[in-house]
Ligand binder design. Structure first.
Ligand SMILES: Cc1cc2nc3c(=O)[nH]c(=O)nc-3n(C[C@H](O)[C@H](O)[C@H](O)COP(=O)(O)OP(=O)(O)OC[C@H]3O[C@@H](n4cnc5c(N)ncnc54)[C@H](O)[C@@H]3O)c2cc1C
Length: 515
């Protein structure tokens, strides 16, 4: 991967983006620009900062609400370069944020919340391939039906609609907050046959697949078999959520190369999760490495081979099944072959920094083995004082030399510092070193179950409904903007009131019917 950037102090960032929206600022005079539905694809202008090659183009285009050209498909866009983005005001400071997730969106909101000398307020451009911010830690709740998509994936246009826009200065600063994506190309067949679970689209795909399986297997004897690869937080939360959803209609098998689940989690969280997984009959295959995944037809799959032989219509049996070959990672275990209707992949991730096109003055971004941009303590990319990087696409070690984890908690706290340090850089003040404060770890274990181990009370783990309520409250507080928080709070309150009424009704019905 080559990064080509001029170290020019008066850099301008030009976005080659197929769709834009223009939002009126809170004071009615200024404007804040938000580009969504775009892949980060930046091109060097006359005083160029950098030039990126688009890694992908989203199909999530939603129209053309602003003055930019309409969405073009990649092939067409490659032929004719789209126009270079021009900043509304040539004199005002400019901040371009790539990626509107926990790092990028919260940096934009933090910038908005700071007090600026009138002549220093920057213009902020937020670029995202999607039109929605996604609160990823609550994606599981889409599968359990506990939340609606608008609650955890609000439109950027709504979140930023009331932000006052910024103004003034000469130079642009860049914020890289593009996150990471699932890394599936590690074993043969994973890319083709396993589904990742890291975006809103992934969650929708998994939900649709489960619905299809629920429909096609309805009233039949065969169980829905789901294999979850990986037993870190994500794998365990998925296994708990899906096993609760399927109940006795399915079986969930979770595979981990380690001999335990969530090896780095606090013991309390791990034990709570083990209890829940065992109560839902999730089969744990620990100490196994997935060697490959193959697709087989019903005809080949062991259970249905007899059916075919008995002369059943082959067309009825052509649903997809997958076979996973498991190789022991520990002594004393034997090779296992698993069959599944759905394979979910939760292992590994890679940073989403786009590749950069060659240009006259090549200067590479310092990337680690995971493709994350290495930053100094002030969250500026090493050797690039005008570029900040945070969240999953960046890498920073804490004072003990350990890499900070790729979590929302880290990205959220870094957004606070990035916003502040942008303010300091624009106002010629000293920048602050980032210090991560670990507040603890939380995991969902189903519709009314969770585990939370706060870091400030040693050995305490909140489990079950109390843990569930505490986790939801913690996430409600973390949602972006007061307005969205209020709407979601009302919605959750209404849903829990309805759930309570339904549960009282069903208890009464049982009591009255004597069952
Ligand atoms: C299912 C799941 C559950 C999780 N649960 C937890 C949890 O319980 N606690 C916790 O702390 N962390 C959790 N995480 C991790 C957490 O969500 C991430 O660490 C966090 O989102 C990182 O923030 P970010 O801003 O770096 O990236 P993201 O939030 O992923 O945002 C990146 C943004 O960049 C955009 N983007 C990417 N590439 C491009 C491109 N080429 N062009 C334009 N836009 C682009 C994306 O659309 C996205 O909006 C979870 C993650 C997942 C997937």
């Amino acid at each position: 991967m080559a990064f080509l950037a001029s170290s020019s102090a008066s850099a301008s960032v030009a976005a080659l983006l197929p769709f834009n929206r223009l939002f009126r600022g809170g004071n009615g005079k200024r404007w804040n620009r938000l580009y969504t539905g775009y892949s980060a694809r930046l091109r060097a202008g006359s005083s160029a900062l950098s030039s990126f090659r688009a890694s992908s183009f989203s199909s999530a285009a939603v129209g053309n609400a602003g003055g930019a050209p309409p969405l073009r498909e990649t092939s067409e866009a490659n032929k004719t370069p789209p126009p270079i983005y021009t900043w509304p005001n040539k004199k005002k400071p400019r901040v371009c944020i790539l990626g509107g997730g926990f790092g990028g969106l919260y940096t934009a909101l933090r910038l908005e919340s700071l007090l600026w000398p009138e002549d220093k307020k920057p213009q902020v451009l937020l670029v995202d391939q999607s039109e929605r911010f996604v609160f990823k830690p609550m994606l599981y709740e889409l599968l359990s039906g506990e939340v609606d998509a608008w609650e955890i994936a609000p439109l950027f246009s709504e979140l930023l609609a009331n932000t006052a826009a910024f103004s003034l200065s000469m130079t642009a600063r860049l914020v890289l907050a593009l996150g990471a994506e699932a890394k599936l190309d590690v074993v043969p067949g994973a890319l083709e046959f396993a589904l990742p679970f890291s975006t809103l689209e992934d969650a929708r795909r998994v939900d649709n697949k489960l619905r299809t399986l629920e429909r096609t297997k309805f009233g039949k004897d065969s169980l829905i078999r789901v294999a979850v690869v990986g037993c870190g937080y994500s794998g365990v939360e998925l296994a708990a959520t899906i096993s609760e959803r399927l109940q006795d209609r399915g079986i969930v098998q979770a595979i981990n190369v380690e001999t335990t689940i969530c090896p780095t989690a606090p013991a309390g969280n791990r034990e709570a999760a083990l209890k829940v997984l065992s109560s839902r009959k999730v089969q744990l295959l620990l100490g196994y490495f997935v060697r490959c995944i193959r697709r087989v037809s019903d005809m080949e799959a062991s259970g249905d081979a007899t059916v075919i032989r008995k002369g059943k219509n082959i067309a009825e049996c052509n649903s997809e099944k997958y076979v996973l070959e498991l190789q022991p990672a520990e002594k004393g275990l034997e090779i296992q072959i698993l069959e599944a209707d759905l394979v979910l992949w939760t292992v590994g991730s890679k940073a989403l920094l786009p590749e950069l096109e060659p240009c006259d003055k090549p200067r590479e971004l310092p990337l680690n083995a995971r493709g994350q941009a290495e930053t100094d303590e002030t969250l500026r990319v090493k050797g690039h004082p005008r570029i900040f990087a945070l969240g999953d696409s960046s890498s920073l070690r804490d004072s003990t030399g350990r890499l900070l984890p790729a979590t929302a908690q880290v990205a959220f706290q870094q957004a606070d510092f990035t916003g502040w340090n942008l303010w300091a850089a624009i106002n010629n003040r000293p920048l602050l070193p980032f210090r991560f404060q670990n507040l603890g770890e939380m995991m969902t274990l189903g519709r009314n179950d969770a585990a939370i181990s706060p870091s400030f009370i040693d050995g305490l783990t909140l489990e079950g409904p109390i843990g569930h309520a505490a986790r939801k409250l913690a996430y409600l507080i973390r949602l972006p903007t007061d307005e969205h928080r209020f709407k979601v709070g009302l919605s959750w309150f209404a849903k829990s009131a309805i759930d309570s009424v339904v549960s009282v009704q069903s208890t009464l019905t049982k009591v009255l019917s004597g069952s």
